[in-house]
Design a binder for this molecule. Structure first.
Ligand code: ZN
Length: 53
């Protein structure tokens, strides 16, 4: 399953995700722990962008 890192926009297979986070019942995948940290600091900012892809 291909997923998209909401922080940096990188696409990759879910199995290769370095980190995951759950928010509002959804699971988000990240290429690095750094991206997850950025997401958790301000999830609203990144979740809003999902619909534009
Ligand atoms: Zn990333």
């Amino acid at each position: 399953m291909e997923v998209r890192d909401p922080v940096c926009g990188m696409r990759f297979d879910a199995e290769q995700a370095a980190a995951t986070a759950e928010y509002r019942g959804g699971t988000y995948y990240f290429c690095t722990e750094h991206c997850r940290t950025a997401f958790e600091e301000d999830p609203e900012r990144y979740v809003e962008c999902e619909g534009e892809v």
